[in-house]
Design a protein around this ligand. Sequence first.
Ligand code: BES
Ligand code: ZN
Ligand code: ZN
Length: 490
Amino acid sequence: MKITLESAEKFKVTVGQSFVIFAEGIKPFGFLPGKNPVQTLIEKTLNEQSRKILTDSVEIISLENTQVLVIQIPAKKGLAREDRVRIASARAYDCLKSRSISKATFCLQNAKDLDFSCVTEGLHFAAYEFNKYKSEKKLSKVEEINFIVAGKALKTSQALLKETEIIHTSITDCRDLVNEPGSHLLPHQFVAVAQKIAKSAGLEIIIRDGKALLKEGFTGLWTVGKGSDYPPYMVTISYRPTKSKKVPHLCFVGKGITFDTGGISLKPSAGMAEMKSDMAGAATALNAIAAIAQLKLPIQVTTVLCLAENRPGNQAVLPGDIFTAKNGKTIMVDNTDAEGRLVLTDGLAEAGLNGATHIIDLATLTGAIIRAIGPSIAGLFSNDAKFAQAIQKSGAKVSEKLWELPLEAEYREYLEDPVADMKNVGKSEAGAITAALFLEEFVPAKTAWAHLDIAGTAFTMSNWKYYKAGATGWGLKTLVEVARHLAHTA
Ligand code: BES
Ligand code: ZN
Ligand code: ZN
């Protein structure tokens, strides 16, 4: 899909075109420029009989060969206006596609910058499909969208368009990666994708294989990965802008379990297929740093990917096994299905070794977070109130919902073990909190840290808002926004 821009003042209406206008109630977002028959017809429809007609979400007005799709911005409870505009825009795309209209003009001359960005985003989201495993590909596609904007808004619109495109290319790459099945995305294959992305974004990359992990004491990742025939890897990618200050240094740590069977503590079969998405944290962290580099944000960023397959092979870690983590703490593996927190111990250590001042780890960590706050919100935990607030605000700005939960010290004793320093699971209550409390033990000293539990938001079993069933790429926009915020405030 190609999006082009044109100034309203210069645009000429010709017969045979397809137009999209957005309306909120009877208030349209944009109008065709100048006086012409289509314009007159739209005005008439909107002014006279519209109240009733426009309660429908899509209204099509035809004049000769010209079609005008009037798309209502839905009044959906609980969603910010920006998200409702994205939904309307995605709906416009779907309408065009189902009518096999491959070219259309969107009238946005009255749209504010934010609305403009959200319309653009809605189109990018709607155009996403993961069809590489379909033997028959559906051919109907929207090829070209022309945005008409007010002449004076042309320059800012161009910049917004470019920026949205960068972010959405990364979101698309992230979704593609998360949607890959476990058979096609093993840890070494994830490494190859990371290499390709790092190369094209001009980023430095360090790769540690299983042997290097063991030798250097990154034992959590090695312990989880050793049950598989395909060894684990840690990947560290760094971005240093040209005019880089040393501080702040933001680090993303991503859980990258290419498939989570649960290991010896095997998961039940129902729903296990979704565990191909257990590397969503790593996919998001990887593609976020690529977007940040392309946007040339003035902040130092490092991404650490903890890649392993959790599988009950011959050498798999057994319940009761004890290992020593990179920071010297001994851990008893009570449940091999609580593997995310084990691999993250090494990701957090590596972030510290790289000099991070701020760490955000992203992980599809617990089913408990979904039981607590449902599938539309990610859990946020942090040891630093200011950082938590910055993340919370960044999420709100891009319509990615976060809810902060407490690092309740009273529950820390659930992780005590008679033999080792600690065990990897607590009780059945407060599962998302005890997972975060576990991670907190491995956060490098004097570092602002936040943990995002994205188990609910990273993957959707059915269509949700403008997301098709499958990977969402949720969180990437928040990470970019946090980087922007830190770059400009610190
Ligand atoms: N990858 C899962 C968490 C998960 C569940 C992600 C559902 C997405 C959807 C994680 O490794 C896991 O298995 N966690 C266990 C922890 C338990 C053993 C303490 C869980 O949530 O059941
Ligand atoms: Zn697990
Ligand atoms: Zn997992």
